[in-house]
Design a protein around this ligand. Structure first.
Ligand code: MSP
Length: 728
């Protein structure tokens, strides 16, 4: 009998882009949790779906030359089709364009209105269409989250009294410290709320693609209020039948990516409090999947599709890789080489090989029937410890560690087989005792495989189902983790038909997948990217107005390749590295501080001596007005420390006299952090904030770029200078 109701959700995905493995990552994590919970006897409801309203989708549809409904039908079906092909075990898939959702949102609106939390006012301010986010900043300011240029909105809107919830939210975070996980996200949210909450505009009038405000249809409901409500509308909130809502709400867990913590941990609980509804138990935010060192996203053009991996290695390979390779909560990198490496080492040579050699021996020596033998006490004890370790790590959402524990056990069982050589009777075993001796070894290995298979089933369900059937245990659904203990495999069980579980990937597998992705990028995508000329993800350096005015000769296309004469060889004004790289920070992240090979660079000693150096090619002239757009200021380094897993990056905290801020600089190979503290440097103070390795960088430290490898030399002063002084 199922014991408890466990409701969990993924974010609902925007349909402006086709699914990529970043979306897959979240959905797989939720699927793993759902499967494990079911195996623990809980009654699980697992929700996913698509977010289909708002200005961003309306524009994407217009760019694709398609009506919004047709556009969203098409992309939503792609998401759902992919989840089905991957065997993701969702119980419901909600679309925000469905009637059931619209009805529920209208009810929520009415409840908020009746309870006095909505009022009409005028909003004049900035809006980031990409993030569908109101931004407190001046006209033309960049979005603090994504760096894209915000648009000025001046509309009569409905407002939600968010400010009334500041204290209640702070009390919630204090009383329920695990409401937001992990700790880093909690700190961010706390800082945001402690900074003060302003009322939130929750309707728009300047476009149409949304749910109309009940009784005032010239307004559409703000897309985040619309979207967040999916978690209750999918359970029937606002319909004639609210039985699922009664049974499963509040959710135990919302699984999200870290960039949408504020919406889920501030706005969503505030909406629910205002409506008098119970709050979800917890929100857990994972990190980003990086590809080629930056967040995988459509607009960067660095996406990898799950389809490619499914076609070559299968869904379990991707699931295993995502959970084993990425430390949950932190950013992690994807590469085809790493995927194939993990697949061969852990799945083909590890688990797959253990299964096939053990079961083949049972066929050969025991006529395909699990033998009755005395099991090895050490392997038996280790099984118990592994069950406990995996349970503990899963509970803490440390998937990577859970899998490490399971694979340590595989290594141990493998070692046990190799040490006991059941295929070759040792001299001290008499011929008479041979069958008993071998039965003990093979029973031990088969039972270890049963335990392992039940443990890893949530992560690699397809393979686990195969192995379960090969062990003669029928359908894996019967794997009940509540009663998993050593000795459960019945001697006399006849094995099922054997077959390969994880065939070894050939050495070209990574290249083939890369080629498939390349081919896919060339063929037109179904969902055309938005046109957002300011989007830094799309064209980082040249689209920046400051950068462009300094380098008007640079091409504006995302696929630019600088020819040698376009690459300046002297000190770099705002940094000209590889196309798309803006600074030492960017260059450090991709490990490309060196200039392209054919260009002759000035060596450090030549620069210092001032002799023999070829004159750098001049950049096009700029006016003083152009120069004045760059805010160069004196700052003092107060804190300098290395950024974990980024060899070239330092995290600096600098004092500008009037403010303290964090900057990331790609100078770790040249400067020891301790040598920098106290040093006065020049920074670009008005550079739009950017995230590197998940940390926000607010500005850029100016340095000369020396020699072929572009070694940085920080700009500084011989004179005494005041903090914050402007360079002009
Ligand atoms: N529609 C909103 C969510 C509304 S929920 C009420 C949205 N959609 S999204 O399509 O942009 O998807 C966001 C989610 O997709 C992220 O929170 C994350 O779960 C997942 N990811 C998208 N790109 C990702 C990576 N590169 N890496 C990891 N997860 C990523 O925001």
């Amino acid at each position: 009998m199922p014991s408890r109701a466990f409701y969990l959700s993924t974010p609902i995905y925007y349909v402006n882009a086709r699914p990529h493995i970043g979306h897959t990552y979240t959905t797989v994590v939720a699927d793993v949790i759902a499967r494990r919970r079911r195996a623990l006897g809980e009654e699980v409801w697992f929700l996913t779906g698509t977010d289909e309203h708002g200005q961003k989708i309306e524009r994407s549809a217009a760019n694709a030359g398609t009506a919004p409904q047709q556009f969203t039908d098409q992309v939503s079906a792609e998401f759902r089709g992919l989840w089905d092909r991957m065997g993701l075990s969702y119980d419901d898939f909600i679309r925000t364009t469905e009637d059931r959702h619209k009805r529920g949102v209208a009810k929520l609106w009415n409840v908020l209105k009746e309870r006095g939390f909505l009022y009409k006012g005028t909003y004049t301010g900035q809006y980031c269409v990409w993030d569908e986010l109101y931004v407190e900043a001046g006209p033309g300011a960049p979005c603090p989250d994504c760096g894209r240029t915000t648009e000025t909105v001046s509309e009569e809107n409905y407002f939600f009294k968010l400010s009334a919830f500041e204290n209640r939210l702070l009390t919630l975070y204090a009383e329920q410290p695990d409401f937001i996980q992990p700790e880093t996200r909690r700190n961010e949210v706390l800082a945001f709320v402690r900074g003060g909450l302003r009322d939130l505009s929750v309707s728009r009038t300047s476009f149409k693609w949304g749910i109309p405000v009940p009784g005032d249809p010239s307004h559409v409901i703000y897309v985040w209020l619309d979207a967040l409500a999916n978690y209750i509308t999918a359970l029937g909130y606002g319909s004639d039948d609210e039985s699922l809502f009664g049974k499963f709400w509040p959710a135990q867990l919302h699984v999200i990516g870290k960039e949408i913590s504020r919406f889920h941990c501030v706005y969503w609980p505030a909406f629910l409090m205002a409506a008098g509804l119970p709050l979800p138990r917890a929100v857990v935010a994972h990190g980003w999947l990086l590809f080629e060192q930056s967040k995988m996203s459509k607009s960067r053009g660095n996406i990898v599709r799950a389809e490619t991996i499914l076609a070559v290695l299968g869904a379990d390979a991707l699931r295993y890789f995502l959970l084993r390779e990425i430390v949950f909560g932190q950013d992690g990198s994807f590469s085809f080489d790493a995927l194939v490496g993990r697949y061969n080492a852990d799945l083909a040579n590890g688990y797959g090989n253990l299964v096939s050699r053990t079961l083949a021996m049972i066929v050969k020596y025991c006529e395909g029937v699990v033998p009755d033998g005395a099991s090895d006490p050490v392997i038996g004890d280790q099984a118990g410890m592994t069950i406990d370790a995996v349970a503990g790590e899963f509970q803490g959402l440390n998937f990577s560690k859970a899998l490490e524990a399971a694979w340590a056990y595989i290594t141990s069982v493998d070692g046990f087989l190799s040490a006991n050589t059941p295929w070759k009777r040792p001299a001290h075993i008499s011929e008479k005792d041979e069958a008993v001796w071998r039965s003990g070894i093979l029973y031990t290995a088969a039972e270890a495989i049963r335990i392992l298979t039940a443990l890893v089933y949530p992560v690699i369900p397809e393979a686990a189902a195969k192995v379960w059937a090969q062990l003669g245990l029928g359908e894996i659904k019967q794997a009940d983790l509540r009663h998993l203990s050593w000795g459960g495999l019945q001697p006399g069980t006849r094995l099922g038909a054997l077959g390969p579980v994880f065939p070894r990937a050939d050495k070209d597998a990574a290249e083939r997948m890369q080629a498939m992705e390349l081919e896919n990028t060339k063929t037109a995508p179904a969902a055309k990217p938005d046109t957002n000329p300011q989007a830094p993800e799309a064209v980082p350096a040249p689209s920046d107005p400051v950068f462009a005015s300094l380098n008007p000769a640079l091409p504006q296309s995302p696929s630019i390749v600088l020819t040698p004469d376009q690459v300046p060889t002297g000190p770099l004004p705002l940094g000209v590295f590889e196309p798309g790289l803006q600074s030492f920070e960017d260059a450090a992240l991709v490990g490309q501080i060196a200039a392209p090979a054919p260009i002759e660079m000035v060596s450090a000693s030549e620069v210092l001596a001032g002799a023999g150096a070829p004159k750098p090619d001049a950049l096009p002239q700029i006016t003083i007005d152009d120069f004045m757009k760059v805010e160069l200021r004196v700052a003092q380094i107060l804190v300098a420390e290395r950024v974990p897993k980024a060899d070239k990056l330092l995290r600096l905290e600098v004092d500008l006299g009037y403010e303290r801020r964090q900057i990331l600089a790609g100078i770790a190979e040249t400067y020891a952090p301790e040598a920098l503290v106290g040093r006065k440097v020049v920074i670009v103070a008005n550079l739009a904030p950017r995230k590197l390795r998940g940390l926000e960088s607010n500005g850029m430290v100016v340095a000369a770029s020396l020699g072929e490898r572009g070694k940085p030399a920080l700009a500084g002063f011989l004179d005494e200078v005041e903090l914050g002084a402007r360079l002009k």
